[in-house]
Structures are given as structure tokens and as C-alpha cells.
Ligand binder design. Structure first.
Ligand SMILES: Nc1ncnc2c1ncn2[C@@H]1O[C@H](COP(=O)(O)OP(=O)(O)OP(=O)(O)O)[C@@H](O)[C@H]1O
Length: 346
């Protein structure tokens, strides 16, 4: 396995890109000490491929063409043609190098990118939920309910931050309270089970609402996550109960990850749903479930939890990596392409 050994720095300017199912977001890092220059976002559906989006959105913003591109995609990075999970683009690093005159392209997982941002957050980037304090140079974890449930750890070892992406969003999610026991039999199973992402995501939220409605003997049906958060704003009892259960399940799963890596550096919540349900995350149900890990309640009470308020967490993480690659150990195996060869480390 090859890790980033950037005692060399990247060739600047570095283009950083967060390619989601719906939107692509771009920014430029002009040199190691430069602030991130945001270039805005564009709908992936509005462009035939990433090169065309870069030409329209990024190149008009800069006099010096980017020489390196570091890209985050939702989904695994496999081979020289990387399809996106929820969009038509296929990321082809060698084609990007040819189209845009780049020296190097690196493709990372989107939650690995979000993990890279964690050590640098300060001030209004994050809002703490509950008590606890960040212990310096200790493991962190990021968990993001969005279209799916993204998850990654950030481990501190040998004076280096090591992002560890994975499929943590698919861990088991069982009932704990009496109320859970009553609701769980009404939750539709997927693949013979109820995994965390099956509830704690955009598709999961309506699934949970359906089960809550059946349990409450109500006819009400919600088709979209937005319809549930909007109904909860109007104090609809099914929507409110759904989000209470959602928040405490998120706290439980966040607590499990905190225990797994001993995340004394904090657990951070991102994803498209988090900012829409802050009322339910800050009303104590989330934090109480996070801490209820007997026999480790005392340990858990010391671990802080945060809502990430930074608007572009993945871009921020890639920009941190672009500025100081030697701060991080990023696995480059099969994910780095250079202009000098066909497939760099694959
Ligand atoms: N007002 C809302 N209330 C609740 N959920 C919402 C609301 N608006 C959007 N969502 C949900 O948030 C999810 C999108 O989250 P997120 O932006 O993290 O996903 P993504 O795949 O990274 O998106 P993108 O492709 O835009 O980067 C979708 O499931 C969407 O339904």
C-alpha cells in the first residue's frame, strides 16, 4: 500500500472538487499559504462531464491554470473510470489530465475528504451539542446523514492524521427503549435487516415516518425528507415523533463509533439532513442516547459532539490536504494519476 509522501508539495494551483449526486462544487488553492478560493457549485446534470464543468465554472475564475486536481466522489474509487453513485458522470482522471493540461489527479472518497477537514475546524465552523471537550491529537469521527449515511474516522498516529473511510453507515440499528420496541416491528426491512442507513438518511426518514404512523394508528404518509422536516416545523405529531426517534438513533450510532475508535477528539455531524433537524439534535434526546453506553457513561460524557456549520466540509478537507499534504497520511493506492504515465499506482 502506498501512502502520500508529500515531503514534496503538490504542483499549484490545486483545483479541489466535491462531486455529489446532484451538485459539483469547486475551489482553488493557489499555493500552500493561500486561503481557499471558492468557485461555486453547478448541477452535474448541466454538463456532459467534469472537464466541461471545470471549463465553465473554474477556468474563468483564474489566470493561472490548475496543475493538480484533488476530487472527492461519493462511492468507491475503482479503476481508471469511476462512475458516480447518483449522477451520470464517469470520472476519468487520464481524460481530465489530457483535457485540462493537469500534471496530476487524485480521487478520494467524499467522507475521507470530510475527515480531512476535522482537525482544522475552529470558531463558527462547528456548534457543540452537549458537554465534553476536544482532547488534542485524539481520534475524531464524522457521520453524515444525507442521501445515504456517510462515515469516516480520523485517527492520530505517529504525529500524523490518518483518514479512515469505510461503510460504517451500514452498521446494525436495533431497538433499545420501550418505544423503539413498539415501533421497530413496523419498519420495512431491507436485505433482511434494519441497517443504520436504512433509517438515518434521506431515503430512511420517510421509511421511519411510515413505521411511526402505523404505530400511532395514523393514515398519514410522507414521501420526502423535506415534507417531514416541514411538518415537524408545524408540530405535526407524527413528524415530530419521527425526528425524535431519528435523533436518538443518530446519537446511539454516533456513540457506537465514538466507542469504537475512542474518539476523544469529538464526533462531528454533517450531511444534508443535519442542518434541517438541529432542534431535535440539541433538545437532549441525541446527546442522552450518545452518552447511554453503560458501563462507559463517564467516558462518553467527556467526548464532545458537534454539528458542522461549515458550508463545504468536503472541499475544506481537500483544501487542507492540498495546503499541507505532509500533515496527513492518505492512502494513494490506485487513486493517483499523473501526466507521465497511464495509471500511477493502480
Ligand atoms: N428540507 C429538508 N429536510 C430534510 N431533508 C432534506 C431537506 N432538503 C434536502 N433534504 C435531503 O438531504 C439529502 C441530501 O443530502 P446531501 O446534500 O448530504 O446529499 P449529497 O448526495 O451529498 O447531495 P449533493 O449531490 O447535492 O452533494 C436528500 O436525501 C434530501 O432529500
Amino acid at each position: 500500500m502506498s501512502f502520500s509522501d508529500h515531503s514534496k508539495s503538490f504542483a499549484y494551483p490545486v483545483l479541489v472538487a466535491d462531486i455529489g449526486g446532484t451538485n459539483a462544487r469547486f475551489a482553488l488553492v493557489d499555493h500552500a499559504n493561500a486561503p481557499t478560493r471558492m468557485c461555486g457549485k453547478t448541477a452535474t446534470a448541466g454538463h456532459s462531464d467534469i472537464s466541461s464543468a471545470v471549463r465553465q465554472v473554474v477556468l474563468p475564475e483564474t489566470e493561472i491554470k490548475p496543475r493538480t486536481a484533488i476530487i472527492a466522489v461519493a462511492g468507491p474509487v475503482t479503476g481508471d473510470a469511476i462512475p458516480l453513485t447518483n449522477a451520470a458522470w464517469v470520472i476519468e482522471p487520464l481524460k481530465m489530465i489530457a483535457d485540462l493540461g493537469l500534471d496530476e489527479v487524485i480521487v478520494l472518497n467524499d467522507f475521507e475528504a470530510q475527515a480531512l477537514a476535522l482537525p482544522g475546524y475552529s470558531g463558527t465552523d462547528v456548534e457543540q451539542v452537549g458537554k465534553g471537550a476536544v482532547r488534542k491529537d485524539s481520534a475524531k469521527f464524522v457521520l453524515g446523514p444525507g442521501t445515504g449515511l456517510g462515515a469516516a474516522a480520523m485517527i492520530f498516529a505517529s504525529d500524523t492524521w490518518v483518514p479512515v473511510p469505510g461503510e460504517g453507515g451500514h452498521v446494525e440499528l436495533g431497538p433499545v427503549t420501550r418505544e423503539d420496541m413498539d415501533i421497530w416491528p413496523h419498519i420495512e426491512q431491507v436485505g433482511g435487516r434494519i441497517g443504520a442507513e436504512q433509517l438515518l438518511s434521506g431515503t430512511g426518514l420517510p421509511r421511519l415516518a411510515r413505521a411511526v404512523a402505523v404505530w400511532m394508528n395514523a393514515e398519514r404518509r410522507f414521501e420526502t425528507p423535506a415534507s417531514i422536516t416541514q411538518a415537524a416545523d408545524g408540530n405535526d405529531p407524527i413528524a415530530v415523533k419521527t425526528l425524535e426517534v431519528f435523533a436518538r438513533c443518530l446519537g446511539r450510532v454516533a456513540g457506537d463509533f465514538a466507542l469504537t475508535v475512542l474518539a476523544r477528539g469529538g464526533v462531528y455531524l454533517t450531511g444534508g439532513i443535519t442542518p434541517r433537524i438541529t432542534r431535535f439534535l440539541t433538545d437532549d434526546g441525541f446527546r442522552a442516547a450518545f452518552e447511554a453506553k453503560a458501563p462507559h457513561e463517564t467516558l462518553m460524557a467527556k467526548i464532545p459532539t458537534f454539528i458542522v456549520r461549515h458550508p463545504d466540509p468536503a472541499l475544506e478537507g481537500l483544501a487542507s490536504f492540498a495546503r499541507s499534504p505532509d500533515t496527513f497520511a492518505v492512502d494513494m493506492h490506485g487513486r493517483q494519476w499523473t501526466s507521465g504515465r497511464v495509471a500511477a499506482t493502480g
